[in-house]
Design a protein around this ligand. Structure first.
Ligand SMILES: Cc1cc2nc3c(=O)[nH]c(=O)nc-3n(C[C@H](O)[C@H](O)[C@H](O)COP(=O)(O)O)c2cc1C
Length: 374
């Protein structure tokens, strides 16, 4: 949130605070109890396994837990998992699709790719070799598992530390040898990664970001969908274990009714665009992932690449944050593809990266809620 908006936001919050003061003490106690419960949930979620020497069914269940720690659009966690013999199926949960921002399920399949990448990285730690393929008949990704020597890679180690950090970074450049590692991690399997670190290119990309965000903020269906996934306080976030919690963007917590009211009153297109400009200009660069073909298998391949990029960045102490507005609005995406010079290929995903402090972590639903009978 941009400064002027934040001041207005805090002003409205303060005004509402006076009204709410009568019930303040009880609310304070409830809120600190909820904050404690949230911290406990974060600790239980973002952790490595206690043991990597588990019977096969337990190992596969824990691999699913690692998969759920992946990035995913609006934190809807649009996945379900099945455990056939010696394999794991990563399938869409279409009840959690985002009809407005993601009408063709591109981000949904990219999110499945992110989950698959975590699973593949984690399998090695459990002494399993994972071979992931898109299974059109199953409508998702099949990960076949076979015994292999156990190994902990730096990318695996980074899984519980990765987060999408929606803050201002400190403007420092990433050294060339780390850019090379990011480039290697974030490409492959028909996916090209383009890194932009020149100021002029970053400013050009900002133009597409602003155009995409402006179109989205003018779209009532987009805003309504976004609002339905926002969580304004600890109790809301814990009740669902999903969605976009205000604390994770550095915003304050609020009673649900007030948060929804203030979101409608305070969050304007111009303020949002200024916030994005400050965040992008504070970043070391931008990563754009472009797949060869425009179909679910390629969208999930792009997801795998961006999750690998995110894990490699985390391993190097570099933060990342998606800025997908340039690829979410079809008209803007076409112009962005022309800017990139990629012809008919579809730019899939966009991230900024750089250095900055961690923000509060998001939650995930427990494994039992996403695991279905084989
Ligand atoms: C396909 C995809 C698209 C996303 N788009 C955006 C985006 O445009 N802006 C943003 O701030 N985060 C975006 N995210 C990040 C998710 O909101 C984030 O992964 C989720 O809230 C969980 O938080 P975590 O990554 O910190 O675990 C995207 C993630 C995925 C996988």
């Amino acid at each position: 949130m941009e400064d002027a908006a934040r001041r207005r936001f805090l002003g409205v919050v303060a005004g509402a605070g006076v009204v709410a003061a009568a019930g303040g003490a009880a609310a304070y106690i409830a809120s600190s109890r909820d904050a404690g419960a949230y911290d406990a949930a974060v600790e239980a979620t973002w952790r490595h396994s206690d043991s990597f020497d588990l019977p096969a069914p337990d190992a596969r269940k824990d691999l699913v837990r690692y998969a759920t720690l992946a990035a995913n659009s609006h934190n809807t966690q649009p996945w379900q998992f099945r455990l056939p013999d010696r394999a794991i199926l990563v399938l869409p949960d279409l009840t959690r699709r985002l009809a407005s921002v993601d009408p063709d399920n591109h981000h949904l399949f990219a999110s499945l790719g992110c989950a698959t990448e975590n699973l593949v990285q984690a399998a090695a730690a459990f002494g399993l070799r994972a071979n992931a393929t898109f299974d059109a008949a199953a409508g998702g990704i099949r990960v076949d598992l076979e015994q292999a020597p156990a190994a902990h890679s730096p990318l695996f180690d980074a899984i519980p530390r990765r987060q999408s950090t929606r803050g201002v970074f400190d403007g420092r450049a990433v050294p060339a040898e780390h850019l090379r590692l990011l480039e290697a991690a974030g490409s492959g399997d028909g996916v090209t990664l383009r890194l932009f670190t020149e100021r002029k290119s970053v400013e050009d990309i900002l133009g597409f970001l602003v155009a995409g965000n402006s179109a989205q903020m003018d779209d009532a269906a987009f805003v309504a969908e976004l609002k339905s996934w926002l969580r304004f306080n600890y109790a809301e976030a814990i009740a669902t274990d999903d969605g976009l919690f205000s604390k994770c963007t550095g915003a304050p917590t609020l009673p649900s009714w007030l948060g929804r009211l203030i979101f409608s009153l305070v969050v304007t297109k111009d303020d949002e665009n200024k916030t994005y400009a400050a965040q992008l200009r504070s970043s070391a660069g931008v990563a754009v992932f472009i797949s060869d073909t425009n179909e679910p298998a390629s969208w999930s391949a792009a997801g795998r690449c961006c999750q690998r990029f995110a894990l490699q960045a985390t391993a190097l102490g570099i933060r990342h944050c998606f800025i997908n507005q340039p690829v979410e609005v079809p008209a803007v995406r076409g112009q962005f593809a022309a800017f990139l010079g990629v012809g008919d290929r579809r730019p899939d995903l966009v991230m900024r990266f750089g250095y900055g402090p961690e923000l509060p972590r998001s939650l995930r639903r427990p494994v039992d809620q996403v695991l279905h009978a084989a």
